[in-house]
Design a binder for this molecule. Structure first.
Ligand code: ZN
Length: 701
């Protein structure tokens, strides 16, 4: 990047980040996701490193954001109140461990893992065993004094147990500070919004914003009513309002009254009767860390408060001092953020979506909310049974989660809205896309549109059409199909033959090579075996095996389309139900149009193979129902032709001789299989006898 461009980008990033900081810290709101924020931030750090001449003390990379507001007096922090560096990638956890080991020059390092509360940081000071003052994080150096509000927390005692000083190693501590995260439990949050709704007050967007707003409320009674909670995670002694530095001459020995490690810190907090999160794990390397992170992530959905990740810290205080801090973040800790996230939002409406397989799912249309790095405005409601059980109705406030799946899910109703008595969303009786009646699939608790020509299932049918067992079109995967559909190139499989080369070449990420590959693949599809072409149609219940049976019995698509139901029902592997589906499919106007179209573009031929239509009903010949193995070479025909003839006559052709084999057809150079067949007492037939049986069944190759 050239110099001037870099300077302009740095300036615009600084402005943008400062604006988001102001919104986030001072007003408790955010317009972009944490992940988007972090990526802006990372870009700025990289540019400032590449262009050191543009570095500035005013850059947000040198300062933490500020929650300072006009209504509160401010006071300096006893020690910088920094945030840990965020990470979203498990590989960064391993890199962090590597860096720590390298800098400490040893592999044996203990780490603690705790939940990362999605709350608001507070610092509380006690003097002579009594509550003294409380500060917000502010800009990390200076915070707003919110003493009265924090003193109203039920969990923050005005006075400590008489022996409080004994909790500190060594003696002489008169004043100390504890730091933690204030939060609003999900239960409290729901009750709070219920009350606000009754008073026609606007609903609070989420628990974190509600906490930030509550801490900055001027009415202490109101703070008490809201019932904020807090978990503390840090405790250290103070001398004249400052945290004492390490004692010289050894800069890595913690000062008197400081705790030797993080675990001891948490233990002391508990001993003083202060709330500490019950989840604490100790790890000694990246594998153990990742195990604990996974464990915490699993517990997450069951918690009554929101967490957005885990805090990893080097346990030993001496090691922490050795690793130091940058101006912005301690280098001895990492905040690992879960990709999965929960968010609270309001249900606007429920719409219907018909999936590739015809399953009709209710979809929640939501007030847009930031979730796992994206803005979410839709979520799946699984199925109708689930929706009824959760009694989800428009206007409800919901908990939405995003896990490993791409589509967010509605976890539960947090706050039902029954004002104006919104009706439960009715279960649809007709497909919203094609208006055909729907059927209920009890097993999957799903509603399904069974119309094979429903436009909603086109994408699914196209996928099947181009697949390996079907038309096997090289270079055409699901993503390309979705792109073609998006571009309006395809209304059915036959449109593949009408694709225009130039339009493909011009697609984003495409070029002449990929376009030509797809077009060649489409042309080659006409040479696919007849049974594969038949399978490609996507007739309900006609899989690869049934398609082979049908293809063996009929010379081409026209002959098959002319077949009657009882003719088809008599075929092996078909039966009355599948026969009905085949007849219905091929005789429906849309089915006729599809076949006509595919004949016109040359995919189907008038006659697909040399096999004449079978005269005798299958089942009346020597091969029907037999399990046959073919070995050696035949003089009269290739093995695949022989196989096709026999399968068309109702035989099952397998590869190896077993106790279930009825007949072994032994051509020239038949070896071990013939021997095995003799041992098992399996009938062995030579080529001449094989041809006689074929002729008896009406086949003369
Ligand atoms: Zn439909």
């Amino acid at each position: 990047m050239e110099r001037q461009k870099a300077r302009r980008r740095i300036e615009s990033l600084r402005e943008e980040i400062a604006r988001h900081n102001q919104l986030y810290y001072a007003e408790g709101r955010s317009r972009i996701s944490d992940r988007q924020y972090d990526s802006l931030y990372a870009e700025l750090v990289a540019l400032e490193e590449a262009w050191p001449e543009f570095q500035s003390e005013d850059s947000p990379t040198r300062r933490v954001g500020s929650d300072r507001s006009e209504n509160f007096p401010s006071a300096p922090h006893s020690d910088a109140m920094l945030s840990l560096q965020n990470s979203y990638d498990p590989r960064e956890v391993a890199a962090f461990v590597q860096r720590v080991s390298r800098e400490l020059k040893r592999d044996q390092v203990s780490y603690t893992v705790e939940p990362k509360m999605d709350g608001v940081a507070v610092a509380v000071r006690y003097r002579d065993g009594r509550f003294h003052m409380a500060l917000t994080r502010g800009d990390g150096r200076q915070g707003d004094v919110i003493s009265a509000n924090v003193a109203s927390f039920a969990q923050v005692p005005a006075e400590l147990p008489r022996d409080w000083a004994e909790a500190f190693p060594g003696g002489g501590v008169r004043e100390f500070e504890i730091r933690g995260e204030a939060y609003l439990s999900l239960g409290r949050f729901a009750r709070l919004n219920t009350a606000r709704e009754k008073e026609s007050l606007p609903l609070l967007a989420n628990p974190r914003n509600a906490t930030a707003g509550t801490l900055k409320t001027l009415d202490t009674q109101e703070v008490r009513r809201r019932g904020l909670s807090v978990f503390f995670y840090q405790i250290f002694p103070l001398a004249d309002g400052k945290r004492p530095g390490p004692t010289e001459p050894d800069p890595f020995t913690p000062a008197a009254g400081e705790f030797p490690d993080h675990q001891a810190e948490l233990e002391a907090l508990r001993r003083l009767g202060l709330p500490v999160n019950p989840f604490l794990r100790v790890a000694h390397g990246p594998d153990e860390l990742l195990t604990h992170l996974a464990e915490l992530e699993e517990l997450r959905a069951g918690l009554d408060y929101q967490i957005d990740g885990a805090v990893i810290k080097v346990d030993s205080r001496a090691d922490q001092l050795r690793l130091k801090s940058t101006a912005k973040a301690p280098r001895w800790g990492l905040a690992f953020k879960f990709a999965a996230e929960q968010a609270v939002t309001t249900l606007r409406a429920v719409t219907l979506q018909v999936g590739r397989t015809g399953v009709i799912t209710p979809v929640a249309e939501l007030e847009p909310v930031s979730l796992a790095g994206t803005t979410v405005s839709r979520a799946t409601l699984h199925n109708w049974t689930d929706m009824g059980r959760k009694d989800i109705r428009p206007g409800d406030q919901l908990v939405v989660v995003k896990g490993g799946d791409i589509i967010p899910k509605v976890l539960r109703v947090l706050l039902p809205n029954r004002q104006g008595a919104p009706r439960p969303v009715p279960v649809p009786t007709h497909c919203p896309v094609c208006a055909e009646p729907v059927v209920r699939d009890e097993l999957a608790a799903a509603l399904r549109c069974r119309n094979p020509f429903c436009p909603a299932v086109l994408a699914g049918r196209l996928r099947l059409f181009v697949g390996r067992d079907a038309a096997d079109i090289d270079g055409l995967g699901g993503q390309s199909l979705d792109l073609f559909l998006e571009q309006g190139f395809l209304t059915g499989p036959a449109d593949l033959w009408r694709l225009e080369r130039q339009k493909l070449v011009d697609l984003p990420g495409w070029g002449e090579l990929s376009a030509d590959r797809v077009l060649a693949g489409v042309r080659a599809a006409a040479d696919r075996p007849w049974e594969a072409k038949l399978y490609a149609l996507g007739i309900p219940q006609v899989g690869v095996t049934t398609a082979r049976t049908l293809a063996g019995a009929y010379a081409g698509i026209r002959q098959l389309a002319a077949a009657s139901w009882d003719e088809l029902a008599a075929l092996r592997d078909v039966g009355p139900i599948v026969a009905r589906l085949v007849v219905d499919f091929l005789n429906a106007p849309a089915g006729r149009a599809l076949v006509r179209d595919l004949l016109a573009v040359g995919f189907f031929r008038q006659e697909e193979n040399a096999l004449p239509a079978v005269e005798a009903a299958p089942g009346d010949n020597w091969f029907a129902g037999k399990t046959v193995v073919l070995t050696g070479t035949l003089a009269s025909m290739g093995r695949s032709a022989a196989r096709k003839h026999m399968e068309g006559l109702g035989a099952k052709v397998t590869g190896s001789v077993t106790g279930k084999t009825d007949v072994l057809i032994a051509g020239e150079k038949a070896g071990s299989k013939r021997k095995k067949a003799r041992e098992l007492g399996v009938t062995v037939v030579d080529e001449a006898a094989f041809l006689r049986h074929l002729a008896d069944a009406g086949i003369t190759p």
